[in-house]
Design a protein around this ligand. Structure first.
Ligand SMILES: O=C(O)CCC(=O)C(=O)O
Ligand SMILES: [Fe+2]
Length: 296
């Protein structure tokens, strides 16, 4: 298989269906997977430069969320070319598509989320929750699967209590919140993810997660890119303007939320979802949406 090099297009991304299907099993068993070395060092450096750029230039921007925990902005994809590059990341995008297992998907959010160091005993920045907005869509009390998130680590988080993402493995498969024992701060089975800068985590929206307190000396910096089915709404944007979209390929325009036909989010044609060609080339027809294809 040919290696992907910068500047290549979606068609050049290596896709190992067998490996992706193994990863997909792990994803649905545990509610998350780690993808090591998702970003090369040079790209992590460019992204850290982009983070500095938004600190300097977007300090008072309305997309900055007031947050005592640390700098917090969304969307970021339109704030710097390095953030834009992550839309189709060769090491994670095939997994995103395979896990969602459909071509009618798009970016739902792009989020720079920092957690400053703290000395506070209750220093956790983000409490325990699963994702999905209001109302929470559930099936028999279990969070329905409509989206996932890729989290890119821009700094090493190799020990406990450095502000990393915490998850309760398997919690996306249970009804309601995970169980807490006594006064424990975290639910039973919770783990703190250990990652190097450039590693990525992909997690199911139903997986219960939180941020660990950050007792390290430096700020933890994570970038979260959420993707989901186009029958749902994006979380942190409505649409991007033509100036931003004009450099995007047809597939990128889909991922950035564009439709061509007025029912395009719901009954997609090939013009609405050019990703379909790539999807079907690698994975065949979607297995679980038979009626939709018969409608056309
Ligand atoms: O990293 C964090 O602080 C929490 C992230 C989170 O809740 C999310 O991305 O959904
Ligand atoms: Fe969350």
């Amino acid at each position: 298989m040919k290696a992907y090099v910068e500047g290549d297009t979606l068609e050049d991304i290596p896709v190992d269906v067998e490996a992706l299907d193994e990863l997909r099993e792990e994803f649905f068993a545990n509610g998350f997977v780690l993808i090591r070395n998702a970003l090369p060092t040079g790209q992590v450096e460019r992204l850290l430069g982009a983070v500095d750029h938004v600190h300097r230039n977007f300090h008072d921007h309305p997309h900055r969320n007031p947050n005592p925990q640390g700098f917090n902005m969304r969307p970021v994809i339109d704030k710097h070319p390095a953030f834009r590059e992550l839309l189709i990341t060769p090491t994670t995008f095939p997994a995103v598509v395979r896990f969602l297992d459909h071509f009618s998907i798009q970016l739902l959010q792009s989020h720079l989320f920092e957690a400053d160091p703290t000395t506070n005993d209750n220093g956790r920045g983000t409490g325990w929750h699963n994702d999905g907005g209001e109302p929470a869509l559930e099936v028999n009390g279990i969070r329905a699967f409509g989206s996932l998130k890729v989290g890119y680590f821009l700094r090493d988080r190799l020990a406990d209590d450095m502000g990393s993402l915490m998850v309760v493995p398997g919690s996306h498969r249970s009804q309601g919140p995970p169980a807490w024992v006594g006064d424990d701060a975290d639910p039973a089975g919770a783990i703190q993810l250990k990652a190097h800068a450039g590693d990525a985590v992909v997690f199911h929206q139903g997986t219960w997660h939180a941020a660990a307190p950050n007792y390290a000396n430096d700020t933890r910096i994570l970038l979260y890119y959420g993707y989901g089915y186009r029958v749902f709404r994006p979380i942190d944007y409505h649409s991007f303007d033509e100036a931003f979209l004009s450099t995007a390929s047809p597939v990128e325009r889909q991922l950035l939320g564009e439709t061509v036909n007025h029912q395009g989010y719901y009954v997609p044609t090939i013009e609405d979802t050019p990703l379909k060609t790539w999807y079907e080339h690698h994975f065949g027809a979607p297995s679980n949406r038979g009626n939709l294809t018969r409608l056309r």
